[in-house]
Write a protein that binds this ligand. Structure first.
Ligand SMILES: NC(=O)c1ccc[n+]([C@@H]2O[C@H](COP(=O)([O-])OP(=O)(O)OC[C@H]3O[C@@H](n4cnc5c(N)ncnc54)[C@H](OP(=O)(O)O)[C@@H]3O)[C@@H](O)[C@H]2O)c1
Length: 335
């Protein structure tokens, strides 16, 4: 299915300098869409210069940067978010992912913006305990292990209320995204692939059998554009790919890279947790913001279904191995 993008509709894009945002921006410009990118560093997109691209310098926390550009003609694609990396504070996560995000959505609703595509996270629907989770479960992030997931869930719930008041909101919830990245915003999974192939250490925590859903970045970009064109206002769509365990992930990557592991080992989960707790104590990490929380995510099953996006948007994702081949090629790794 080809991109159903409304060719002349201008886009106000946040998070354009980020991992997914750069891919989306490049795709929009290839389709010759007019884009206004809101960036904290206006020079960060110099390499993507294009006659249809305007860059507006400013942070999400300052509505005066973007308010003049919220008009009924524009479509907003909101990707900017504070990442859940160890060391972040719950206050920054709330400030960017909840307060500033909701202010943007409120002002967009007030300006009569027809389409507001909000990129959230599938993690807000909670972990799986058997079959894959879908959107019918609703947001289940209050008990989530990380403050990042909690912030995303809180914002999505508040956004849904704004949608009931008329905001043309369509939320997309990618699972775990990987693919070609940029030094400014290295992707976590792609960084792990680099290190796995370089060191050839096939290490997992526990049995390495926890299941995660991974999706290649170009599939997510396509899903965002499909949501813009076909998503039902007020609805959320999970954008996922294939399920893999940590052990399978290592094996597939090393096989595709033609590399033989130097060491294959399992770190007992209790030992990993102890090390994570020590690191969090030494680094004075807040609850939900450190390595312990990240480890709880790693040792939980997160299985998701993209059936709703497939049925309503025409979404589909490539097989994991195909996305991985593309990523390895980008990294210059060949068997
Ligand atoms: N990557 C994944 O696996 C994944 C999975 C599910 C959902 N998502 C969601 O998808 C979206 C994009 O993810 P990503 O991986 O591309 O993230 P990313 O690489 O970390 O990029 C984050 C973007 O947000 C911008 N940003 C952060 N704080 C900001 C602020 N206060 N004001 C303005 N801009 C700000 C960053 O700008 P600077 O360049 O100035 O830092 C950057 O452009 C996020 O909402 C993320 O939560 C990602």
């Amino acid at each position: 299915m080809t991109d159903p993008a409304p060719a002349e509709v201008p886009v106000l894009l946040t998070g354009a300098t980020g991992f997914i945002g750069r891919h989306l921006l490049a795709r929009l410009l290839r389709a010759d869409r007019p884009v206004l990118a809101l960036c904290r560093d206006s020079r960060a997109l110099a390499d993507l210069a294009h006659p249809r691209l305007r860059v507006r310098a400013g942070g999400l926390e300052d509505p005066e940067c973007y308010r003049p550009f919220l008009t009924p003609e524009v479509h907003v694609m909101h990707l900017a978010a504070a990442r859940g990396i160890p060391g972040i504070t719950a206050q920054v996560l709330r400030q960017v992912n909840v307060t500033a995000t909701l202010e943007l959505a409120r002002l967009a609703a007030r300006a009569g913006v027809a389409r507001f595509v909000y990129v959230s996270s599938a993690f807000v629907f909670g972990p799986s305990t058997g079959s894959p989770v879908d959107e019918t479960r609703g947001v289940k992030s209050r008990e989530a292990p990380t403050a990042y997931i909690r912030s995303r869930g809180e914002a999505l719930e508040a956004m849904a209320a704004l949608a009931e008041q008329g905001l043309g909101l369509v939320a997309v919830c990618p699972t775990i995204v990987f693919g070609p990245d940029h030094p400014r915003h290295p992707n976590r999974i792609t960084g792990y692939i680099r290190s796995l192939v370089r060191h050839r250490l096939d290490l997992v925590v526990g049995t390495g059998s926890c299941v995660r859903n991974l999706v290649e970045v170009e599939d997510v970009v396509r899903g965002i554009l499909q949501a813009e064109a076909r998503g039902r206002p007020g609805e959320a769509y999970i954008l996922g790919g294939e399920e893999v365990t940590h052990r399978e992930f290592n094996r597939i990557v090393l096989d595709l890279a033609g590399a033989v592991p130097r060491l294959r080992a399992s770190v007992p989960a209790s030992l990993a947790l102890l090390a994570a707790r020590c690191a969090d104590l030494l680094g004075r990490q807040e609850e939900g913001c450190g390595y312990g929380a990240a480890l709880r995510v790693l040792t939980t099953d997160w299985r998701y279904s993209s059936r709703k996006a497939a049925g309503e948007l025409g979404y589909s994702a490539r097989p994991f191995a195909e996305g991985m081949r593309r990523t390895l090629e980008f990294l210059g790794i060949r068997p």
